[in-house]
Write a protein that binds this ligand. Structure first.
Ligand SMILES: NC(=O)c1ccc[n+]([C@@H]2O[C@H](COP(=O)([O-])OP(=O)(O)OC[C@H]3O[C@@H](n4cnc5c(N)ncnc54)[C@H](O)[C@@H]3O)[C@@H](O)[C@H]2O)c1
Length: 252
């Protein structure tokens, strides 16, 4: 028996880490509906994971659009009758490799906030009532070590990831008495198939920032933590941000 056996999980955002979240949650027994703005990629991943489509399906999702999130939630409810867990994982990082600080173009700042913070808020606003309606469940958010460290760049991204942790705590506090747990994962550098050639030095520097200094994170490090936090094994864990970063952000 997997730790997510019989649970209905909605995963918003696949990709480098998210593809393996989907595979891992499925292998732990979950019934899955997942989406990404790269709709064709999500659909193909669904066919790869569950060719019959009875237990996993991938679809188009724009996580910044209320109607699109609602459609994914309704798809999960009509297929499986309830939702037990909702993982917000998507990210749009226009300032990712840019050198700017406060001089970031404001359109870039706004588009980052619209997806990475407002989008996570919208997902919560729609998913939490749906889970309460069907007996409660777990919200999970992918934050980042960027929320609690400083690089002098990626202002928008790191502000959004810090905001996601505030969102998570407020969801946990307000809706805990109605059966909702909420937690966040803060990954450090997680190397995956989308990392381009030429990023080796960046990854090596990140490895040196960990306490073990042996390897960067991989998507399964996040998936194992996510599956645990979405499962009943984490039934007394709420309002927490779990760092999965090799100790990069260790603190008392
Ligand atoms: N890889 C890392 O080192 C790392 C470190 C810390 C945090 N994270 C976080 O982990 C999560 C996954 O990141 P990743 O490394 O897999 O990146 P990724 O770019 O591979 O995945 C993000 C996915 O979000 C999708 N997306 C973008 N805008 C969207 C929208 N409006 N609606 C729906 N989907 C949208 C993209 O198409 C992509 O598939 C993100 O939240 C990211 O911020 C990653």
């Amino acid at each position: 028996m997997g730790i997510l056996e019989g649970k209905v999980i909605v995963l918003a955002g696949v990709g480098g880490i998210g593809d393996d979240l989907a595979r891992y949650y499925f292998n732990e027994g979950a019934k899955l509906v997942f989406g990404d703005i790269e709709g064709e990629h999500a659909e193909n991943l669904g066919k790869e994971i569950d060719p019959g489509g009875s237990r996993a399906v991938g679809t188009y999702l724009d996580g910044s659009q209320e109607a699109s999130i609602q459609a994914m939630i309704e798809s999960a409810l009509s297929r499986h009758g309830r939702i037990d867990g909702f993982h917000c994982n998507f990210a749009f990082v226009p300032d990712g490799l840019r050198p700017e600080g406060l001089d970031i173009p404001m359109e870039m700042f706004d588009s980052s906030v619209r997806v990475n913070l407002r989008g996570y808020f919208l997902c919560s606003r729609l998913a939490v009532p749906a889970m309460i309606e069907t007996g409660g469940g777990a919200m999970l958010y992918t934050s980042s070590s960027a929320a609690t460290t400083a690089s002098g760049t990626r202002f928008a991204y790191s502000m959004c990831k810090a905001g996601v942790q505030a969102l998570m705590r407020n969801v946990a506090c307000r809706y805990g008495p109605r059966g909702i747990r909420a937690n966040a994962i803060a990954p450090g550098i997680i190397a995956h198939y989308k990392f381009r050639q030429g990023t080796e030095k960046f990854i090596e520097a990140a490895v040196q920032d960990t306490l073990m200094k042996t390897r960067p994170g991989n998507p399964n490090d996040i998936a194992a933590t996510g599956a645990f936090l979405l499962s009943d094994q984490a039934g007394f864990i709420s309002g927490q941000t779990i760092a999965v970063d090799g100790g990069q952000t260790h603190r008392p």
